[in-house]
Write a protein that binds this ligand. Structure first.
Ligand SMILES: NC(=O)C1=CN([C@@H]2O[C@H](COP(=O)(O)OP(=O)(O)OC[C@H]3O[C@@H](n4cnc5c(N)ncnc54)[C@H](O)[C@@H]3O)[C@@H](O)[C@H]2O)C=CC1
Ligand SMILES: CC(=O)[C@](C)(O)C(=O)O
Ligand SMILES: [Mg+2]
Ligand SMILES: [Mg+2]
Length: 353
């Protein structure tokens, strides 16, 4: 394990150099890995494992759209694709990749198949950390491990196919066999991770829930909406408001941040922009910090988890989420965005219905 310096703080990181794919295959050569669930992470992780030469099967509800998707992806019913309980029975490692709410519903059926020496794998610390709310309490004689790719399952697969990788964090909650560490690292490499960062189940879920509600998804849309609306209220056209709020950020400035950091992006903008951004960043920081503090408290108190459990356990949760996403899709800002995207120089032309 390499010790790397992150801004003055040393952390443990597993690299592919010290734990190459061949070693991962050796560690898992006698294991049957069952991927339970074929939503977003399921396909990414199972297909990467399969392409990397591991012994993988998929467990999914029959008569569902995602069962059909699994068949289309080359999983063969009765050979490599099974109903959930059958796959869990055959497995020595169970990768529990149902949605976090579905994990609660299916747990009573899964638990009997967690016999001594098996491993239970999660891609989120949710079910275990909030066990008082989820009821997910594994038996003491199984390994309980986590690999959480830091991005969408779609990106995990895409980056794998490009010969790259997506970094993940990993954690061990329970080491019953003495093999939890080698199993989790081998699985992390197998699913297509680049580097593996050490964490705990609780730290993973607290940071992940904060991040997705915060700057990664929730806060960013909130800030976009606020700026777009103020520009529109002051007579700016939709295209101008969209360009100055979103398009320039995603097309020109964020790639520079990704490449070399915020200071470098700033340095590549005008001194006028630099002066203003350096002055205003502190006002924004001070304005939103209390909101982030509320958010973290809500995560740590389990309130965010409870809200997610309550809403996503409803039978019509998907329709309700889709309706809210449609509202966002139909908003003037994102409709303007659609036209703007069609005007990117590399685009074929404007998207027209
Ligand atoms: N979506 C992503 O890219 C990421 C997800 N994760 C974590 O990975 C895990 C899996 O998440 P996703 O792939 O997003 O899940 P998902 O929301 O796409 O659902 C996965 C599967 O659950 C099945 N399912 C839903 N309700 C069910 C029920 N009542 N009974 C049986 N099956 C049911 C669906 O058919 C689907 O195949 C979660 O713990 C999530 O937090 C972690 C990182 C990123
Ligand atoms: C993609 C990811 O890691 C998220 C945003 O945390 C999630 O989908 O839960
Ligand atoms: Mg998440
Ligand atoms: Mg995440």
């Amino acid at each position: 394990m390499a010790k790397l310096n992150f801004g003055g703080v040393e952390e443990n990181v597993v690299t592919r150099e010290e734990f190459p794919l061949e070693k991962a295959r050796e560690v898992l050569k006698d294991e049957t890995i069952a991927i339970i669930g074929y939503g977003v992470q399921g396909p990414g992780q199972s297909l990467n494992l399969r392409d990397n030469g591991f012994n993988v099967i998929v467990g999914q509800r029959q008569n569902s759209k995602t069962w059909d998707k699994a068949v289309a992806d080359g999983w063969v019913p009765g050979e490599t694709l099974f109903p959930i309980e059958e796959a869990a029975e055959k497995a020595t490692i169970i990768q529990y990749l149902l949605s976090d709410a579905a994990q609660i519903a299916v747990w009573p059926k899964l638990k009997p198949h967690l016999t001594s020496g098996k491993a239970l794998y999660f891609s989120h610390g949710f079910g275990i950390t909030y066990h008082e709310r989820t009821g997910i309490v594994p038996p003491a004689d199984v390994d309980v491990i986590l690999v959480a790719p830091k991005g969408s399952g779609t990106s995990l697969r895409r980056l794998f196919l490009e010969g790259r990788g997506l970094n993940s964090s990993y954690a061990i909650y329970q080491d019953a066999t003495g093999r939890a560490k080698e199993r989790v690292v081998a699985l992390g490499i197998g699913v297509g991770s680049g580097y593996l960062f050490e964490t705990t189940f609780q730290k993973e879920v607290y940071s992940d829930l904060t991040g997705e509600r915060g700057t990664l998804m929730g806060a960013i849309q909130g800030i976009f909406e606020a700026q777009y609306t103020v520009l529109r209220e002051n007579g700016h056209s939709p295209s101008e408001a969209f360009n100055e709020t979103v398009e320039e950020l995603t097309q020109s400035l964020m790639p520079l941040v990704a490449e070399n950091g915020m200071d470098w992006m700033y340095a590549n903008c005008s001194t006028t922009a630099q002066r203003g951004a350096l002055d205003w960043k502190n006002k924004f920081r001070d304005a939103v910090k209390p909101v982030f503090k509320d958010l973290y408290s809500s995560v740590a108190a389990g309130e965010e988890a409870q809200r997610s459990i309550d809403t996503n356990s409803q039978p019509d949760y998907r329709e309700k989420l889709d309706a809210e996403l449609k509202e966002l899709h139909d908003s003037e800002m994102w409709q303007a965005g659609r036209t703007v995207r069609g005007l990117r120089p590399e685009s074929e032309g404007v998207e027209i219905d």
